[in-house]
Design a protein around this ligand. Structure first.
Ligand code: HEC
Ligand code: HEC
Ligand code: HEC
Ligand code: HEC
Ligand code: HEC
Ligand code: HEC
Ligand code: HEC
Ligand code: HEC
Ligand code: HEC
Length: 445
């Protein structure tokens, strides 16, 4: 064999001493591994993944012909016991004598390089074959291809559009990694960039009427911050909202479901109010009308009410019920925030002066909880329900303000007491001093 001779010729003697036991060990390990994962489609006694003529010949070629052999250690297919010919076909046992034609045997299904448009079908030959895939992993999904066909990418691909994404654009070709591998281009922290290679490239997307801002906007969002800065992989990236293989923009009906899959409470509140007040809230239940889709920013209290940042005045006009409710909601939130701040400041002051306010501070937590609750209940569009929370919060904050005032009064009393005792002490000292002087002045007799 050409390459083993090459190896032997260039190896110094001591290397062999190490290499022989290492090779034996590796062969043993290999045998154990192969016994566990020997793909059943291989002819019995057929070459192992790294021992085919495809690998050994291509390893000695250049550039694009060599490249595939450099990733056999990372590629999930090799790790699962598959090899070049499982994807490309051909005869893995032939060609060892240097004749590519014998290996590139079209009668044995050799495909050559699949044309771009055919890649999905090429991968689906296995990935959509339940019987084949279950041999490797009984829980593996086999719907990637059928999902892909429903996506905008798949539909464009079927029309012969070469620019739409195919499997290898998202997964790579010869270094395909498990999706749970952090180096995979579809790992949560890398998906957005992978989609962005096309969707943020004006040149590539110039044939379509799509914006190319999704990636840049997403990177500014609360979601991206949670994912990249907070390391929170439960925060969504592109495929959580669009699907991995069925990429389509969620329609009007589905946005609430997409966002609601994680933010269940907000989505449910709308539905509860629809039932309770017999309203049709379909136009406003789409979270995006108020939060946007890609650049979701941290919500502010200004978004409620009728001020400059209001999200309500987009649909409600002065004097309608929603408008009036918006004003009430904003006033309540604003009032609660103000009272909470006042209570907090007063308790801080008292604490610094040494008054014990621990229990009052603890009681104030109730006001904070109700503020959080009220902010969520904005999504109910149910003023009554909202006001219950807001008023509980205001009551708790008021109690905090009262406690702060009590502490201040106690402090004043203490200070007044201290002042009075100081005056008395000083008076006594003066009186004593006068007395001493009077005694001194009396002539001794
Ligand atoms: C003896 C060397 C040799 C062996 C063995 C060999 N190849 Fe090749 N292969 C080549 C050479 C040289 C080329 C480039 C010229 C050509 O296409 O024939 C090539 C090209 C290819 C291409 C790209 C063809 C294209 O359309 O661009 C694929 C895919 C490929 N080989 C797969 C395989 C597979 C799979 C096997 C094993 C079943 C295999 N090769 C075995 C030497 C080899
Ligand atoms: C998981 C399936 C899969 C495996 C395994 C695989 N290939 Fe490929 N290979 C492909 C696909 C798909 C393409 C076409 C990529 C594209 O369109 O960019 C390709 C392209 C190629 C090309 C053409 C490269 C070019 O840019 O012109 C060669 C050569 C090749 N493969 C050889 C190999 C060899 C050798 C092995 C084993 C070391 C191998 N392949 C293993 C799927 C596979
Ligand atoms: C637009 C990008 C994109 C395209 C095109 C794409 N995938 Fe995926 N694929 C993904 C993402 C993202 C995931 C990760 C899902 C996850 O993290 O759960 C994934 C996951 C997978 C998985 C792991 C199992 C699963 O379903 O989650 C397989 C297998 C897979 N893809 C195969 C394919 C095949 C085969 C094709 C072509 C028919 C394809 N993919 C096309 C993005 C893509
Ligand atoms: C010869 C059959 C075969 C072909 C062809 C094939 N695969 Fe696979 N692929 C597998 C098997 C088997 C696994 C391991 C599945 C498992 O363990 O869940 C796998 C695993 C994967 C995974 C990792 C899945 C995970 O759960 O992490 C991805 C991604 C993937 N393949 C993508 C592709 C792409 C893209 C193509 C086309 C270029 C392709 N495959 C072609 C058989 C194949
Ligand atoms: C190889 C380039 C490429 C990659 C990578 C890619 N896309 Fe696409 N995508 C396209 C093209 C081209 C279209 C078709 C646009 C059209 O027809 O309007 C498209 C369409 C879409 C659409 C439909 C838009 C519409 O309203 O028509 C969505 C959604 C989408 N892609 C999401 C994604 C996501 C999510 C990812 C990553 C997981 C991704 N894409 C990766 C090229 C790509
Ligand atoms: C939090 C959910 C979410 C995330 C994350 C997300 N999208 Fe979207 N995206 C949407 C929604 C909702 C729409 C529908 C917009 C509409 O109907 O007007 C959309 C629309 C699109 C469209 C259609 C054109 C447009 O701009 O309206 C494309 C393309 C797209 N997204 C790509 C991406 C890409 C690429 C990423 C990752 C960088 C991404 N999306 C991340 C929710 C999301
Ligand atoms: C895959 C789960 C997931 C999906 C889908 C999702 N989100 Fe989020 N969202 C999160 C996580 C995680 C956070 C970060 C929570 C944190 O840091 O407090 C977050 C944060 C937010 C925040 C900020 C909350 C705060 O208190 O600052 C808003 C607003 C938001 N998302 C709206 C949306 C909208 C609108 C959609 C749909 C277009 C959506 N989300 C889709 C998981 C998701
Ligand atoms: C009519 C406008 C509107 C719609 C529609 C809307 N929101 Fe909100 N959302 C708001 C406002 C206003 C706030 C901020 C309240 C505050 O901070 O005072 C908010 C806050 C949030 C928060 C942060 C809650 C917190 O604890 O501060 C999340 C998460 C959220 N919205 C998710 C959603 C989801 C999911 C949907 C769709 C089901 C949705 N929103 C629909 C107006 C809206
Ligand atoms: C996308 C449009 C839209 C936005 C934005 C919007 N609403 Fe509405 N709102 C509606 C529709 C539609 C109804 C159903 C009742 C109707 O037809 O008047 C409604 C009803 C309501 C109701 C119930 C009225 C009743 O009849 O009992 C309240 C309260 C309300 N909205 C408050 C708000 C608040 C507060 C905001 C801002 C945070 C807001 N809305 C933003 C469209 C919207």
């Amino acid at each position: 064999m050409r390459n083993s001779r090459l190896l032997l010729r260039s190896a110094p003697g001591w290397w062999l001493l190490l290499a022989v036991p290492a090779v034996v060990l590796l062969a043993l390990l290999g045998a154990v591994h192969a016994a566990a994962a020997e793909p059943q489609h291989l002819a019995p006694g057929g070459p192992r993944p790294l021992e085919t003529s495809c690998v050994s010949c291509h390893a000695q070629l250049d550039d694009a012909l060599l490249e595939p052999t450099r990733h056999t250690g990372d590629d999930i297919h090799f790790l699962k016991g598959l090899s070049c010919h499982d994807c490309h076909g051909g005869n893995p046992a032939a060609g060892a004598d240097g004749d590519p034609e014998a290996a590139h045997d079209r009668k044995l299904g050799w495909t050559g390089k699949p044309v771009r448009g055919q890649v999905p079908a090429f991968c689906a030959r296995c990935h959509a074959d339940a019987a084949f895939m279950k041999r490797f992993n009984p829980h593996t999904r086999i719907d990637q291809y059928s999902e892909y066909r429903t996506s905008v990418h798949g539909r464009r691909n079927a029309e012969g559009d070469e620019r739409a994404a195919v499997c290898v654009d998202c997964h790579g070709v010869h270094s395909i990694r498990a999706v749970s591998d952090p180096r995979s281009p579809v790992y949560p922290t890398r998906v957005a960039e992978t989609c962005g290679t096309c969707h943020a490239d004006e040149n590539r997307m110039r044939h379509y009427s799509l914006a190319t801002t999704q990636y840049a906007e997403y990177r500014k969002s609360v979601h991206a911050r949670a994912l990249y800065e907070g390391g929170d992989t439960s925060a969504p990236t592109c495929n959580d909202c669009h699907g991995s293989h069925g990429a389509v923009p969620p329609g009007v009906e589905n946005v609430a479901a997409v966002c609601g899959s994680c933010h269940g409470r907000e989505a449910t509140l709308f539905r509860e109010t629809e039932a309770k007040l017999k309203l049709d809230l379909t136009p406003c239940i789409q979270c995006m009308v108020c939060h946007g889709n890609h650049a979701v920013s941290p919500p502010t209290d200004g978004m409620v009410g009728v001020g400059a940042d209001s999200t309500c005045t987009g649909c409600h006009v002065e004097e309608d019920k929603g408008y009036k409710a918006a004003v009430r909601m904003a006033d309540s939130i604003h009032g609660l925030v103000e009272r909470l701040r006042e209570a907090s400041d007063r308790l801080d002051l008292a604490e610094r002066a040494g008054v014990e306010v621990g229990p009052d501070r603890f009681a104030l937590q109730e006001a904070r909880d109700q503020l959080v609750e009220a902010r969520v209940l904005v999504h109910s569009f149910d003023l009554e329900r909202f006001l219950i929370a807001a008023q509980k919060g205001i009551a708790a904050a008021d109690a905090g303000v009262a406690a702060g005032k009590r502490a201040a009064a106690e402090l004043r009393t203490r200070r007044a007491g201290l002042g009075l005792s100081l005056v008395i002490i000083v008076a006594v000292i003066i009186a004593l001093a006068l007395k001493v002087r009077e005694v001194d002045r009396k002539p001794a007799t």
